[in-house]
Structures are given as structure tokens and as C-alpha cells.
Write a protein that binds this ligand. Structure first.
Ligand code: EPZ
Length: 433
């Protein structure tokens, strides 16, 4: 167990390099195993916990997956042979369910545990399952597993009931090797979906329309490995933009795609922040005190749900009352922790009303989910005094070298092992651990 200790009150200054997009990497790493000729070599893969988990799951299915000394990730799907995904790994991360699309496409059979709920609400996969069925798979749900079988998936015309990144990704993966044409209506338009489509087309897939509501996938007999570089992580970028904004800092983010951040940029500018846009970088120059904003999370290109929590953290010290409405998930549990730091927030169902206070004060807080951890770290950077963030392992799932990047920007942030890490049963003296 470890905790992150942050001393607040220091404006962040300097440059931070944004890592590859976790949510693109997870989809692309699974899709890479579709290839039966050659291997995929992936660049700009973030070294985060969730990427580690998906690599272990692929290995357990027989896929060769390894990082070389330059940090490139090699995936060779030729040896994929097992169709049962291991419960103890899948339960750790919802995106593991992407293996269902891979296994059905490659082996015609899949047994994948249903992902449990998590701290941001129940997250069903009914759309994924309905899509597989409509493509001809025989699907049963038993003992917490989805069991599906199909000689070869067939193209279909499928309407996704509400914009769903996971459903769009999983059905694109499944349809790439199916027979005939699959059309996904009301498809998700997130940049990570487009990145996956570009990658799959590079492997020989025939996908059109990614980034629009209608994606057309014409199945092909096989795919081959290619080299590919993952897009930058727009949510990590938005997180550091919020950290610069709340601390009154001046931070340049390198290796970003400003186009992917249009909504967060506009809302921070509305809050009084100056943002200079380059081709692949953004400079965030904060004003003295943020102005309040109103915003609602919606599917891309709207304001991303994953930045709802960092933005609420910023607005806790704004000069006025902000209203932030969360329409995608149930993800306000972290607000209780912000209140422990002196935030004045009322939540009514999917709306948070944040009355800005002059300052927050440091406190011990619990990280409940990935983006909640980001929000609490952002609040801690501006709070007076010391904040101890417990559950830092959750942050490690989606942010590469988080405290190192903060320290490089002048933050007083350090990681400390906690006493829970001590095996008291191994102790042979009062002081021995
Ligand atoms: C992806 O989650 C991201 N995760 C999430 O990022 C992100 O918040 C979310 O998309 C945004 O929509 C990855 O890419 C690995 P959805 P996903 O399917 O695919 C409902 C992070 O912090 N739904 O787009 O799970 C669902 O309950 C994570 O990096 C169904 O009802 O989200 C939600 O209300 C958090 N049935 C809505 O659709 C289904 O079968 C959008 O979910 C599928 C989804």
C-alpha cells in the first residue's frame, strides 16, 4: 500500500510530456492480436496498470506480448489459442471485455467474465452482447460469464442504443474478420475509436466512417501485423491543464492533439485561463482566481465525462457558484472527499453545485476511482497544508509517472509506503518489518 503526500500552494511551472492514450492503447493492444501474419509493434504505449493487465490477459490466452528495451510493445497473435479469459485478471478492468470480440473473431468461441460494476456505477455490457448475438453468435450468460460461440460471425446492421465507446470498439474488433458487412449506427466518435480504426485499416481491415455516427466494417479473411503509434492521452492532458489552472501556474503540455481537447479548452478559457495552442502542444497560463462555469458531460466531441471530476476540483475555489451535470456515469462519490478538504458542494442526482470557497485545506483522503484520484490530487495542489492521498495504486492504473510529472512542474509531491505494506507476521523483533 502506498500514499501520495502533497504540500499545496505552489503554482505549477514548466513543461510536461503527455503519454500515449490509455483508452486507445487498451483497444489497440487487443485488436493487435487479431493479426495472424507478422507482429504488431506499438509505440507511445503508456506504462500504466491497465495496460499491464490487458497484456497479462492476452498472454493467458496464448498471445506473445512483451515490451522491448526501447519501450515498444510487441504483440504477436499467431499463437492465440485459449478462449477462456481468466476471471482474476478480467475483474480488475472493464476493458478486458474487449477480448470477447477478439476471441469470437479469431477462435469462434469466447468465455469472458462479465465485468463487475465499479466506483463509477454499474457498467453493463448488454449492448456488446446484443451485437455479438446479432452477428450470429450463440450467447449464454452463466455463473458470471458470457459464453459465446459462432463458426464465423456475419455482418449485421446494428443500432447502439446510446453512445458507447466500449460497444463500438468491441464490435469493430469482432466485425473486422467477420463475413460480410457490419454497419454500426449511433457509433461512438471518440478519438480513441478513430485511432483504433486507423490501426485496423493499417492491418488490412476495411473500416469507413470512424469518427462519425455510422461506421461500416467489411470483414476480411485475415489481418497482418504493423507498426503503429498511439495518439496522446487527452484525459491526462486535461488533468494537467486543470492542475495548472487551479494553482495559478504556467504549464506547457507537449505531445498533445489540441483538436481532441476543444471542449475542455473552451471551458477553461471561460473560467479565465489563457491557453496558447500549438500544433502538438498547449500552454496553460492561469489567472489569479478561476471564474465559475456551467457544463454538462456528453459523448465526444462534447465535454468528456473523464474530466468532470478534475473540473469539479478546479471549481471548488472559483469566484462564484458552478454547476456541473454528469450524464454518462454515476461518479460523484469523490465529492465527500473534497468536502473533507473544505469544498462546498451539493449533489442532486446527476448535478453537482459547487460554491467556490477562498481556499481548501489539506486532509487525508481516499481515492475511489481513477479520475477521482486525479481530482483529489488537483485539489491537494491548491490546498493549504498537507494532503495524504490513499489508494494511489488506483491512480497508477491510468497515469504514467504521475507524481514525477507533478514534481518536475514544481509540486511538492512524494510517494510513501504505508504501514499496511509491512508483513507483521515476518517480524522477529519490535522494529523489524
Ligand atoms: C469508456 O468506457 C472509457 N474506458 C471510459 O474511461 C470513459 O469514461 C467512457 O468510455 C466514456 O463513454 C475505456 O475506454 C477503457 P461507454 P466504457 O460504453 O466503454 C452505458 C477512464 O477513466 N452502456 O461509452 O465502459 C454505460 O453504462 C474510463 O479512463 C450500457 O448501458 O463506456 C454508460 O452509461 C472511465 N450498456 C454509457 O453507456 C453497454 O453495453 C457510456 O458507456 C455499454 C455501455
Amino acid at each position: 500500500m502506498a500514499r501520495l503526500i502533497i504540500e499545496g500552494g505552489r503554482p505549477l511551472q514548466g513543461t510536461v510530456n503527455i503519454s500515449g492514450a490509455k483508452n486507445s492503447a487498451l483497444a489497440i493492444i487487443v485488436a493487435a492480436a487479431l493479426a495472424t501474419e507478422g507482429e504488431c509493434v506499438l509505440e507511445n504505449v503508456p506504462r500504466v496498470g491497465d495496460v499491464g493487465t490487458i497484456c497479462l490477459i492476452l498472454r493467458s490466452l496464448g498471445v506473445e506480448v512483451w515490451f522491448d528495451k526501447e519501450g515498444l510493445l510487441h504483440v504477436n497473435g499467431r499463437t492465440l489459442s485459449r478462449y477462456q479469459a481468466p476471471y482474476h485478471l478480467v475483474r480488475k478492468m472493464r476493458a478486458s471485455f474487449y477480448t470477447a470480440g477478439l476471441l469470437l473473431a479469431r477462435l469462434g468461441r469466447a468465455e469472458v467474465p462479465l465485468p463487475g460494476g465499479c466506483a463509477i456505477g454499474s457498467r453493463p455490457v448488454d449492448y456488446h452482447i446484443r451485437g455479438f448475438s446479432q452477428m450470429g453468435a450463440e450467447v449464454t450468460i452463466e455463473h458470471g460469464f458470457m459464453k459465446a460461440a459462432c463458426e464465423r460471425l456475419k455482418g449485421t446492421h446494428f443500432y447502439i442504443n446510446r453512445s458507447s465507446v466500449g460497444t463500438t470498439v468491441n464490435l469493430m474488433i469482432a466485425a473486422s474478420l467477420s463475413e460480410g458487412v457490419t454497419v454500426l449506427e449511433n457509433a461512438a466518435k471518440e478519438p480513441e475509436v478513430v485511432d483504433l480504426a486507423i490501426f485496423l485499416n493499417g492491418m488490412g481491415a476495411k473500416i469507413r466512417g470512424a469518427g462519425t455516427d455510422v461506421i461500416r466494417i467489411e470483414g476480411v479473411p485475415s489481418l497482418r501485423g504493423i507498426e503503429y503509434s498511439i495518439i496522446p492521452d487527452r484525459i491526462e492532458a486535461g488533468t494537467f491543464m486543470c492542475a495548472a489552472a487551479i494553482t495559478g501556474g504556467d504549464v506547457t503540455l507537449k505531445n498533445v492533439v489540441p483538436e481532441h481537447l476543444r471542449a475542455p479548452i473552451l471551458k477553461l478559457e471561460e473560467a479565465g485561463v489563457t491557453i496558447e495552442k500549438g500544433a502538438t502542444e498547449l500552454r496553460v497560463i492561469a489567472s489569479d482566481r478561476l471564474l465559475p462555469i456551467e457544463v454538462e458531460t456528453t459523448p465526444y466531441p462534447g465535454f468528456p465525462t473523464d474530466l468532470q471530476q478534475p473540473f469539479v476540483a478546479c471549481m471548488t475555489v472559483a469566484d462564484g457558484t458552478s454547476v456541473i451535470r454528469e450524464t454518462i456515469f454515476d461518479r460523484f462519490r469523490y465529492v465527500d472527499e473534497l468536502r473533507r478538504m473544505g469544498a462546498d458542494i451539493k449533489t442532486e442526482r446527476e448535478t453537482a453545485i459547487i460554491r467556490g470557497v477562498p481556499k481548501l485545506t489539506g486532509a487525508p483522503v481516499e481515492i475511489t476511482d481513477l479520475r477521482a484520484g486525479a481530482a483529489l490530487a488537483i485539489a491537494a495542489l491548491a490546498a493549504e497544508g498537507t494532503t495524504e492521498l490513499y489508494g494511489i495504486e488506483i491512480l497508477d492504473r491510468g497515469y504514467e509517472g504521475f507524481e514525477d510529472k507533478l514534481r518536475a512542474l514544481g509540486a511538492a509531491a512524494k510517494r510513501e509506503e504505508t504501514i499496511e505494506g509491512i508483513d507483521i507476521f515476518a517480524a522477529e523483533s519490535p522494529l523489524q518489518a
